[in-house]
Design a protein around this ligand. Structure first.
Ligand SMILES: [Zn+2]
Length: 355
């Protein structure tokens, strides 16, 4: 049974107005030692919702770990109501090995809600789900792109659920990709259990990127403001794109790419995304945008084989995209949107298409 006393977390007392670091025993190592997930529970003085912020469900996606550590250590938020449950690393076994997966090669983020009698992944998922997620009203689960890719920050949530849609909009991300998430993912299972969960996809694996951390912390603060857990009003994004239409544009030939766009760029139909050439520069073909859209994510690896993903593009309605374009043109270089765009573009070499 999940604990129901709001002052009792993993058998420890956390009174209103207090914070406590706790650990959840989630498995045992090959040597027979306990494996624990460290957490920090922070309660406001007033009653309010219970919100989990989770990271590294994929053990190599540690940008969110950086964001949560920043919140725990620097306390940029004042929690006046409700309970904030901060979990810097959910997949502690993957994290220990710098990998997405568990030692049994399963994906923890396809194993929720899990079972007590199942595989290692299923048992770990079940322990975390029962002890933490089932007690939460909301969850923000922080992810990055998979290895060798990067993502412009985008929120993903089931926008048909009104409660979740309002929470997702409050985050203040310019880009929201609508959907329920894969079966077995934390967000899919949590939503089914009544915990309204969104994910943030931002940046790369194996890094804590400063502007991505800033973006995540701003979004978390906005969501907590929306719920009345911290003072102030959520900040509005410069533009808002919500769509469920996205597509990975793939390489048709093997070769070495020169990129002509970067994450967050708005692209027109037929615009060159990358030039694919052989190693001595002989052009094979130009990869083009299939429609007008915005670059959600990209490969950071210039060498490709046929079928390799190159660029993940979202396709909002034409009018929405035009409004976004006008809003971006009006943004100053020091805005977080432009700084995160500039930072992510540093992982790739972007050139003009050769005439
Ligand atoms: Zn992930």
């Amino acid at each position: 049974m999940p604990e129901t006393d709001p002052s009792s977390w993993l058998g420890q007392r956390v009174e209103p107005g207090q914070g406590a670091s706790l650990s959840l025993t989630i498995s045992e190592s090959y040597a027979g030692d306990h494996i624990t997930v460290p957490m920090h529970v922070w309660r406001g003085r007033d009653e309010g919702p219970v919100v989990a912020i989770t990271a590294a469900v994929h053990g190599d996606e540690i940008n969110g770990t950086g964001a949560i550590r920043h919140i725990i250590r620097e306390q940029p938020l004042e929690i006046t109501a409700g309970t904030l449950v901060l979990v810097p690393v959910v997949n502690i076994l993957g994290f220990e090995r710098h990998t997405r997966y568990l030692p049994d090669r399963r994906d923890l983020n396809r194993s929720f809600p899990g079972t007590k009698e199942g595989s290692l992944a299923s048992r770990m998922a079940s322990g975390f789900f029962r002890k933490v997620i089932k007690r939460c009203d909301y969850c923000i689960d922080l992810h990055t792109a998979a290895v060798r890719r990067t993502n412009f920050p985008n929120v993903r949530a089931d926008m048909r659920d009104e409660r979740l849609a309002a929470f997702a909009r409050a985050f203040g991300a310019e880009l929201i990709v609508a959907g329920v998430g894969p079966k077995g993912s934390l967000r899919n299972a949590a939503c089914k259990a009544g915990c309204a969960t969104l994910i943030l996809e931002a940046g790369e694996v194996w890094k804590v990127e400063p502007t991505v951390v800033e973006y995540a912390v701003r979004g978390i603060r906005n969501c907590l403001r929306f719920l009345g857990m911290t003072p102030g009003e959520p900040e509005e994004p410069a533009y808002r794109i919500e769509t469920d239409a996205t597509k990975w544009v793939r390489a048709h030939h093997g070769g070495f790419l020169e990129f002509h766009v970067a994450p967050g760029d708005i692209v027109e139909s037929d615009e060159p995304i990358a030039t694919n050439a052989d190693l001595v520069g002989q052009e094979q073909n130009i990869i083009r945008a299939p429609r007008d859209g915005i670059v959600l994510g990209m490969t950071t690896m210039p060498s490709v084989a046929p079928g390799d993903p190159v660029c993940h593009i979202a396709f909002p309605r034409a009018a929405t995209l035009r409004r976004a374009e006008i809003a971006v043109d009006a943004l100053r270089d020091h805005s977080l949107h432009e700084r995160v765009r500039a930072d992510l573009a540093r992982s790739i070499r972007v050139t003009q298409e050769s005439p």
